[in-house]
Design a protein around this ligand. Structure first.
Ligand code: AFD
Ligand code: MN
Ligand code: MN
Length: 392
């Protein structure tokens, strides 16, 4: 068995400080979504699973398990009204008791008949006010839970040419969100998530990173874009979008998942691990220039995988990818780029991507008091059996 120092000798470039890499990996934080723990499916069917969380209390205890075995998933995002409770202080206490923090609050502007023709962009001012009111209710919940992220996915769009006016909808959205921003507290940030299509099929009001960042700039420094990996046209260069948003200080967060065809919400890194590495390459490069204040969140629907196990897999895929990106020899890369040595540049990235970082991750987990194999540790734990016994 190779010693860690021998492993470093062969795998860590001279220019890379492995102790700093270990510290960054220890400090890594990934937020899991409450909605990833309940039964889910597609528009064709929801596959129920014995033991899947049935309420927000169980969803939070599942999230706490993911953090317990990985050590880097300390918070869970909530979705309102799916996670709505009358007694927020009681939910906050429950979260603390099971060992999970409460993170981003996600409004729901897609599950109400009133929103058929749009929510914040609806031609009817009364509907817009209803949607603004819901977002203000979410801000009130943020105050109850000491949350500082309002994470908006806007489902608005149209299904047919001529159905509504693009520019009028753009202005309605700006006005609606200006009212929400005024209601938010100074420590709160609005994350603006864009999506290429769906549920609307002709146009989506926040369809791409350009529309999101334009709006974020208009709304001010407390509004930023959120990149969901499944929300781009096929072949979009997401790592370039990430680099541009970092450079504009408008990258507020991610919804990590993976896709083959559309917004498939599959396990992050399961379909295109190299794309995830290239995204993390931009993040690691950005961090080398100065700390980034980004919410790293997962947004997945584990339709056919056991919920907690799938979430552990997702967190570990992200952790492994970040570890590889931190091993890129950036000094030599910049030199090779200056010289136009294309093959050398590519080989520097590929060397990091091809590195088996298991020894590094074991060192990090040892430092954190975490089992070196979190997924197996979870599968062998009592928890998979426990969830089968809990009520509804
Ligand atoms: C759906 C949307 C979007 C949103 C998520 C949670 O496509 O990704 O963030 O639901 O509301 O996946
Ligand atoms: Mn999302
Ligand atoms: Mn999505």
């Amino acid at each position: 068995m190779l010693s860690f120092s021998d492993w470093c000798q062969s795998n860590v470039p001279e220019q890379v400080d492995v102790e700093q890499v270990i510290q960054r990996l220890i400090q890594q934080r990934i937020e899991t979504p409450s909605w990833g723990y309940g039964d889910s499916g597609t528009r064709f069917h929801v596959f129920t699973q014995q033991g899947a969380a049935k309420n927000v209390y169980q969803r939070l205890e599942d999230a706490a398990q993911v953090h317990k075995v990985t050590g880097i998933a300390p918070s869970a995002a909530l979705h309102i009204p799916w996670d709505y409770v009358e007694d927020w202080p009681a939910l906050h206490r429950h979260a603390q008791e099971v060992g999970i923090e409460l993170g981003a609050i996600n409004p729901n502007l897609f599950q109400d008949d009133a929103y058929k023709l749009g929510s914040l962009t609806n031609p009817d001012a009364a509907v817009r006010q209803k949607a603004v009111g819901h977002m203000k209710e979410c801000v009130d919940i943020m105050r109850e839970l000491d949350s500082d992220l309002l994470s908006l996915w806007l489902p608005d769009g149209t299904n047919y040419p001529g159905q509504d006016d693009f520019r009028s909808r753009k202005r309605r959205l700006e006005e609606s969100l200006e009212e929400v921003m005024d209601y938010m507290d100074p420590h709160m940030t609005l994350l603006i998530e864009y999506k290429f299509f769906e549920p609307a099929f002709y146009h989506t009001d926040l369809a791409d990173w350009g529309s999101a960042v334009l709006l974020a700039h208009k709304l001010g420094p407390r509004a930023k874009a959120l990149v969901d990996l499944g929300h781009h046209p096929l072949a979009a260069n997401i790592e370039q979008i990430v680099a541009f948003l970092i450079d504009e200080d408008k990258l507020g967060g991610f919804h990590f998942n993976n896709r083959k065809y559309a917004d498939d919400d599959l396990t992050v890194g399961s379909i295109n691990p190299y794309e995830l590495f290239l995204i993390y390459n931009e993040l690691a490069a950005g961090e080398a220039d100065g700390d980034l204040d980004i919410a790293y969140m997962i947004d997945q629907s584990h339709n056919i995988k056991p919920k907690v196990e799938a979430m552990v897999q997702s967190v570990l895929n992200i952790q492994e990818t970040y570890a590889k990106a931190l091993l890129v020899d950036r000094k030599t890369l910049r030199e090779s780029q200056r010289q136009g040595d294309v093959v050398a540049c590519e080989e520097l990235l590929l060397k990091a991507y091809r590195t088996d970082v298991t020894p590094l991750l074991h060192r990090v987990r040892e430092a954190m008091g975490i089992d070196p194999d979190p997924l197996q540790a979870y599968r062998k734990s009592e928890y998979p059996k426990y969830v089968l016994t809990r009520g509804t």
